[in-house]
Write a protein that binds this ligand. Structure first.
Ligand code: FAD
Ligand code: SF4
Length: 487
């Protein structure tokens, strides 16, 4: 037993192909025609970037795919990747009213993919021309979804933007970390090109704090956005952790994104420690790349797992195993991994998983993947900016509406500030911070887009959906009737 290639090119390509294939024209039309185009659409409110979902679905229904894509991309520049990776069942689709009628929600993610695929390579021609140059220069540290969302919006507002990215390519976890069968690096890199086409300069291979002092950025630019994401996976702190076949989940997934799929080496029997969405991505991809068995070990029970229910279903459908109420004690092996010793756990009075003495057992395996969550980059942030306020969990403290941190001229968003959420949250926070920076540099407040068509109450102020103005029909009505003195 050893870590080695376990599949051929054709099988690897088939096993790692899109989990949700693209809609055909006919499938998209049929799905779009099911939408009720709700007046007070809850799907929009559930989207962190406030995409006008019924509007883009209506455009698909009348075969105006360019218009649909424009609606999506003007709210969310990473609309193509979000179409593939968003946990739609807990966001827009989870809010779709069709569920109240015991029907399946509209497949908003797949329709969004259909619309954005239809304009692939021509996105820039759809977007509004940037505003006149303001003469202001803004530096963005980190070319992940938060940095790209911020840079695109700042370029649109007329600022000169440079992204500094330490890796060879931009895109952050979209390029290097998301499960391959959801999002390929090519889609992510296409989106990077769209951001470049807006006039954003991207300097890859530059780590701020190592290759370029932070002080230089603060001196040479009018504002700085921190979109540095999170750091390494937490360590286990158990004997055997240094054996060569013990890997971080992110390192394993990065190999999948940077090597030909069939050349990625996996164990014959793989154990993944942890039960969040990253653990599920690691265990399913290990199985799809040829492991005979791939098993999750989790110290709590099935109902406690942080992974989304639909992710759990994917792993079960792939034949992955689950060992609940077991904590790792030691990785066994002399020069290579032969097994994982675990101890059974039981919840104590506070619900914490406590080891049961004498209940150790061994799970034979030849590869162990650690998926225990990512550390905050506290040391790096404190070295870059000693005055930057971090909260007790190591997250960058910032104003949620503007992204302003405790350091004047420095703004933040994405995983580094929210502690690790989704791609769509990072894009939305980057965009909000861009508006915060714009207001600080030019004094202009930018809001919207506001969907006036769904204001609904004659004479009321424009209240609509969007990044920062969700539809609140009851409030709009109350305002209208109060103004008329009727209620
Ligand atoms: C394994 C995994 C799977 C995931 N799957 C999903 C999913 O299916 N759906 C979903 O919506 N979300 C998913 N997420 C979460 C999502 O990827 C993140 O929320 C999102 O990428 C955060 O964007 P960000 O820009 O804040 O950080 P990142 O994507 O981490 O980008 C930060 C960037 O900053 C760069 N950087 C850091 N420090 C410096 C420096 N000093 N100088 C220059 N550059 C620097 C990094 O190299 C990186 O490119 C997943 C996360 C993981 C770990
Ligand atoms: S909630 Fe569902 S039916 Fe209503 S507009 Fe949104 S997608 Fe269409």
């Amino acid at each position: 037993m050893t870590r080695q290639r376990r599949t051929d090119q054709e099988t690897a390509a088939r096993m790692m192909a899109d989990i949700e294939p693209a809609y055909t024209d006919q499938q998209a039309q049929v799905e779009a025609d099911r939408c009720l185009y709700c007046f007070d659409a809850p799907c929009i409110m559930a989207c962190p970037t406030g995409i006008d979902i019924p509007a883009f679905i209506k455009k698909i229904a009348v075969q105006n795919n360019r218009g649909a894509a424009r609606t999506i991309l003007s709210s969310n520049i990473l609309g193509a990747s979000c179409a593939r990776v968003c946990p739609t069942t807990v966001l827009c689709e989870g809010a779709c009213v069709l569920q109240d009628r015991d029907q399946k929600p509209i497949k908003i993610g797949r329709l969004q993919r259909y619309a954005t695929d239809a304009v692939a390579g021509k996105e820039a021609s759809l977007l509004e021309k940037p505003a006149a140059a303001t003469g202001k220069k803004v530096a963005v540290i980190g070319g992940g979804p938060a940095g790209l969302g911020c840079a695109a919006e700042m370029a649109r507002l007329g600022h000169a933007v440079t992204i500094f990215e330490r890796r060879p390519e931009a895109g952050g976890l979209n390029t290097y970390g998301i499960a391959y069968y959801k999002l390929t690096p090519e889609v992510s890199l296409d989106e990077v090109e769209v951001v470049k086409s807006l006039g954003v300069e991207i300097r890859c291979g530059v780590e701020v704090g190592v290759d370029l002092p932070m002080a230089d950025l603060q001196k040479d630019y009018d504002a700085v956005f921190l979109g540095v994401g999170l750091g390494h996976t937490y360590t286990l702190g158990i004997p055997g952790e240094d054996l060569p076949e013990v890997m971080e989940a992110l390192a394993f997934i990065e190999e999948i994104h940077t090597q030909p799929l069939h050349e990625v080496a996996v164990g014959e029997h793989v154990v993944v420690i942890g039960c969040g969405n990253t653990a599920i991505d690691a265990v399913t991809q290990a199985k799809r790349l040829g492991a005979t068995s791939a098993t999750i070990v989790y110290r709590r029970g099935e109902k406690d797992m942080p992974a989304y229910a639909y992710e759990y279903e994917i792993a079960k459908a792939d034949g992955c195993g689950f060992v609940f109420h077991a904590a790792p004690v030691e990785v066994l092996g002399e020069s290579s991994v032969t097994g994982l010793k675990v101890i059974r756990t039981e919840p104590d009075a506070e619900g914490r998983a406590r080891p049961v003495p004498g209940s150790e057992s061994v799970i034979p395996c030849d590869m162990v993947i650690k998926a225990l969550g990512q550390e905050k980059q506290v040391q790096m942030l404190q070295t870059l900016l000693p005055d930057l306020a971090l909260d007790a969990k190591g997250r960058v403290v910032r104003d949620e509406k503007t992204g302003q941190t405790s350091v004047p001229g420095v703004f933040a968003g994405g995983d580094a500030a929210n502690g690790g959420r989704e791609v769509v949250n990072a894009v939305a926070e980057g965009k909000k911070a861009a508006r915060g920076i714009h207001a600080a540099l030019c004094g202009d407040a930018v809001e919207g887009p506001v969907q006036h068509t769904r204001v609904g109450v004659p004479g009321s102020k424009p209240v609509g959906s969007g990044l920062d103005r969700p539809v609140r029909v009851p409030e709009a009505e109350a305002e209208y009737y109060a103004a008329k003195g009727e209620r």
